[in-house]
Design a protein around this ligand. Sequence first.
Ligand code: ACO
Length: 428
Amino acid sequence: MTNKVATLNLGDQQVELPVISGTVGPDVLDIRKLYGQTDCFTFDPGFTSTASCESQLTYIDGDQGVLLHRGYSIEELSEQSSFMEVSYLLLNGELPSKQELSDFSYTISRHTMLHEQLSTFYRGFRRDAHPMAIMCGVVGALSAFYHDSTDIADPVQRKIASHRLIAKMPTIAAMAYKYSVGQPFIYPDNKLSYTGNFLRMTFGVPAEEYEVIPAVEKALDRIFILHADHEQNASTSTVRLAGSSGANPFACIAAGIACLWGPAHGGANEAALNMLREIGTPDKIPHYIARAKDKNDPFRLMGFGHRVYKNYDPRATVMQKTVREVLAALKVNDPIFEVAMQLEEMALNDPYFIEKKLFPNVDFYSGIILSAIGFPTTMFTVLFALARTVGWVAQWNEMISDPGQKIGRPRQLYTGPTARTYLPVEKR
Ligand code: ACO
């Protein structure tokens, strides 16, 4: 709280609104008592000017293109850290010591297996089901298998549920893939790293030894870091809102996965690569740019634009560098990368994109890397969900541990009919 107050003049009434400062970033007007004092709500569809909670996890400065987790920049973390270390940081607030990191990685590795009964759950899905549909179902079903970690009032159970979710997500995701291609499920191998294990469960087969390619493991681990958390985005807010009613963590994360699937959010990485493939060759780029600018055409440049970033998404910078590394390591020459780079250049020099401050976001380049590694486009959002699980879980824990936490209950501006008398059907 600062000493600053904002004064609101509402007809004859004057209301003082306290101004609260965070450690960095814009101040907020505390409107919690506004309705009680004035009989007025605020109106902010899409939460463009509303802080829905207090948080110590992630800071974004969208104008400067800054992203910090617990104070550490995404550039440093993606260059020097590992997904397990970033997960520890998000959950605990500090970087782990060597021993703490080793203990944490060990704990996660001890939860990688799924209850065997869950494999029969998969067989209920059609083979051509979208893996995100399977993820929503299977993650939602976890609470039916792990009753002993659903008491949200117990911090120990919350911790176990958090570890289970982070550890089991790669297994669940890999099984969704295996089911879609008709190959047997591969059990986890805890000798491997978190990311190496996921690669083996996805691409390994029982008939052969699977060798993890270090460059691929590193690139995918970095992609997981880049997706680990992102403040109060749509899926995270969904997890918090679901959790605010006291719902169990497995149900809350399933709600987050459902939200993430939308093409305006996590589904954009799949849509971005599909778009790049549709464009196909650099000569077609101007046509697609013109379509994106045409108000009468619903087409948008996928992987472009962001609610918060009005500058280059720092994750996109790291992603672009990683594309080069992965394509070089796998000796893949993907012409789509050239299309992506030329599309980016053309858009960034176009007055429409300049004026609206539309820059590439994290999804613009990620699809090229994932495709080079061998993932089909339908798995892209699944990988996002896998990595974001730690962010969702950390945000959910932060909310549940907050003594001031209340059920989320937005209000509305009602514009429907006023009270009227019911007419029986024969009189209408
Ligand atoms: N292509 C063309 N025009 C765009 C694009 C785009 N990708 N994104 C925004 N615009 C235009 C809009 O038409 C709008 O124009 P107007 O002011 O003339 O009406 C203006 O820019 C502002 O766009 P909004 O949709 O109002 O911005 P908002 O903050 O609500 O949306 C969003 C952000 C959803 C990300 C949007 O930029 C978009 O749809 N991008 C494409 C999908 C995408 O890449 N999503 C991934 C986001 S990152 C993530 O979830 C990990």
